[in-house]
Design a protein around this ligand. Sequence first.
Ligand code: UD1
Length: 342
Amino acid sequence: MSNRKTILITGGAGYIGVHCIVSLVKAGYKPIVVDNLYNATSDALKAVEAIIGEQVQFYNLDVLDKEALAKVFQENEIFAVVHMAALKAVGESCAMPLKYYHVNVSGTIILMEVMREANVKNLVMSSSATVYGTPQYLPIDEKHPVGGCTNPYGKTKLFMEEIMQDVYASDKEWNIIVLRYFNPIGSHESGTIGEDPKGIPNNLAPYISQVAVGLREQLSVFGDDYDTPDGTGVRDYIHVMDLAEGHSCAVKKITEKPGLKIYNLGTGQGYSVLQLLKAFEKATEKNIPYKVCPRRAGDIAAGYADPKLAEEEMGWKAEKGIDDMCTDMWRWQSKNPNGYSS
Ligand code: UD1
């Protein structure tokens, strides 16, 4: 156990972070976490510790606090960083762009400065399919042009990627893997960790889940007049444990494949809002009421990944289907109707 490589996860107490902890431990790594608990809770870390059967070293600090972050690198022999610490609400980013640029972009710059000073140059970054903007073709592969993001959140992800490209161009000792997530949903099969959004969920899956458990009355379907088979938006939902495995694969390959690499993490399969709703009704054996509402500003009609490159180069492939996603999501939501504070 003591020979395990240490992986620092920034934002590691968040929804995706705790699932990555499970996957990294399974893959033989020792994860440590930096998180300011802005959008997460230490209960999530307690819950994940129960799954992995060990304690996770946790630093309650902000990535913008350079001195404190540097100390983490002094105290630990870190092999690689998985950088997830960021703000992620699209609507909020339109209202508070400076906050988003500060946390996401400055946070990345500070982290990379600290890493350079500590001579830790292996970095895996959480990016998003949002960097592709409105798809010009489907499925979306990594060669698809980026840009055209309609909101500051999406732009911060693109800027973070560009900063990494420039840093790599200036110093080829860096090994960077950028992971462009499609739509992560679901939870660990234990149902003891999962997505616990603050306030009203922005995203579809947690909203449906909260309707099913009785916290919200009905789902608003944002538009049924898109050019898609049933008129509702189509997305590539991916089980969060599959997504987490993508990070372990990236960490494994990071020095094997030097350079800066970019991979889509998706299943390659698109589902509409109504298809996801039906799958969730099947998993919960409940009727989930909905009403059709106008389109949401900034939404695309359809987006799904071509995930081949990640399979070819990292040996990673999503294994779980839509029914697993819904069943696992429901296990979490029904056991913890109010999230970690249940
Ligand atoms: C959203 C963000 C994206 C971000 C991603 C992950 C926007 C415009 N995009 O992606 O930048 O990277 O989340 O956090 O917010 N829907 C409903 N009713 C709802 C919620 C959603 O019908 O209450 C529909 C949407 O119109 C869309 C689909 O469900 O067709 C998925 O929406 P969502 O879960 O918010 O994900 P994205 O929009 O793909």
